[in-house]
Design a binder for this molecule. Structure first.
Ligand code: LLP
Length: 416
């Protein structure tokens, strides 16, 4: 965690004290490091060294406007999956010409909004979606730039819930139908224009091989299409590069990008990628406070003020997040704790069997929470969503105020 380090046994975010942040903004809150975010983006960018490319940050990983704005200022593109994400990117200063629109169920309003904004391309996931987009573009007197998302049928070797590139998954167009649908798009649908070819095989991949296997299948298709006179301007190889939550050792950003570039070889197409987790995952943590300790006969519980509604990954995927004490206590004895939240579900845990030395009111940092943390949070148990803070050196910026219960219930109505 390059930007989160101990100084005299106290955990800091860059040069900002997490104790001070908790005092000023309360807990639970997400804390992000601007430097870590910039460093991750630059690492991707540098790895492409001279090759025509576009990094399209997968907005779903963390859609806070401040994060989108920092990336937009660095020149990043964006991968969106809804009209809401489109509005966020535009509001944050993103360039529409650097936006790709993914997802299996884009509705008419969302497509209309994206056509009006003038995005780079629609990653189309089915023949029916293609026909519908062509029809809408016709009504709007526009031509929609499209890329077909093809399902390469590759095993991403990741958690089944976040694996997307197998033929039994709902994503993409089957490889066997891709050529026919490209021909339909090229010859029968005057209101779409083919610009690219796209795939995305899954998330939190810790090996390079599945990426290369998918890339090679895409490239074979690309070559066949070009022979048939269908011109492909860009190849979008999706996102999915994993991060280290504990013991995993995913390829480095540089090795991953280099391997992709090598697989594309001398071909002239621009390369797009859609990284989410690998850009933001290790740039954020969830700061939480111990409310109570409960020592049951066979288990010790640390009940903290963050819960599954704040960070859903442990409950949903049995995901592991490192949990660090904000103040290290060297001399005291450790206990084995179940770190749990206040929500009324047995699945409401942040970590199982953690060795910690705890007393009431201690602060804990749930690490690697920058991706799919806040963006998957909910209001379950009528818990207002956490505050978000961005640290930049010594400076501490509140980038999303803690939600209030008033905001939560504002749009509800009792029967007359
Ligand atoms: N492109 C597409 C079309 C995607 O569906 C995704 C993620 C990405 C890019 C970005 O993938 P990444 O680089 O972040 O792996 N909630 C889960 C992860 C779901 C990923 C969904 N799609 C989690 O917390 O692990």
């Amino acid at each position: 965690f390059i930007s989160f380090t101990y100084n005299h046994d106290q955990l800091f975010a860059e040069s900002a004290s997490l104790i001070e942040i908790a005092k000023e903004f309360g807990t639970p809150c997400y804390v992000y490091s601007r430097a870590a975010l910039v460093a991750a983006y630059q690492e991707f960018n540098r790895a492409f060294a001279g090759r025509d490319h576009l990094i399209c940050y997968a907005v779903k990983a963390n859609s806070n406007l401040a994060i989108l704005n920092i990336l937009a200022c660095l020149g990043s593109g964006f991968d969106i999956v809804s009209g809401g994400e489109l509005q966020r990117v535009l509001k944050a200063g993103g360039d529409p010409q650097k936006i790709v629109f993914s997802g299996v169920g884009k509705n008419q309003d969302e497509m209309r909004m994206a056509l009006t904004a003038g995005i780079l391309c629609f990653n189309v996931e089915s023949e029916m979606e293609l026909l519908s987009l062509n029809q809408l573009a016709k009504e709007m007197d526009k031509i929609a730039p499209v890329s077909l998302r093809v399902n390469p049928d590759v095993d991403a070797k990741t958690h089944p819930y976040i694996s997307t590139g197998l033929k039994e998954n709902k994503f993409g167009i089957p490889m066997a139908e891709a050529e026919r649908i490209y021909h339909t798009a090229a010859h029968e649908l005057p209101h779409v224009r083919i610009t690219g070819l796209d795939c995305h095989i899954g998330s939190q991949l810790t090996e390079i091989d599945p990426f290369i296997e998918a890339s090679n299948k895409m490239l074979a298709l690309l070559d066949r299409l070009e022979k048939q006179g269908i011109c492909i301007e860009h190849l979008d190889l999706g996102g999915g590069l994993g991060i280290s939550y504990s013991q995993e050792s995913p390829p480095s950003i540089k090795d991953y990008v280099t391997a992709l570039c090598n697989s594309v070889g001398q071909r002239k197409q621009r390369i797009l990628i859609e990284p989410g987790r690998s850009l933001v995952g290790n740039t954020g943590l969830l700061l939480t406070r111990v409310e109570y300790l409960k020592h049951a006969p066979h288990r010790n519980f640390a009940i903290v003020d963050a819960a599954m509604n704040d960070l859903m990954r442990p409950a949903l995927y049995d995901a592991y997040h490192e949990i660090l004490p904000v103040v290290k206590k060297s001399s005291e004895v450790n206990n084995t704790y179940q770190v749990v939240g206040p929500v009324c579900e047995t699945g409401d845990f942040l970590g199982h069997d953690r060795q910690l030395s705890l007393t009431k009111d201690d602060l804990l940092a749930v690490m690697s929470a920058g991706a799919y943390g806040m963006s998957m949070s909910s209001n379950y148990n009528t818990r207002p969503r956490a505050a978000e803070i961005m640290v930049d050196g010594h400076a501490i910026h509140l980038i999303r105020a803690r939600e209030t219960v008033e905001q939560l219930i504002a749009s509800e109505k009792i029967l007359d």
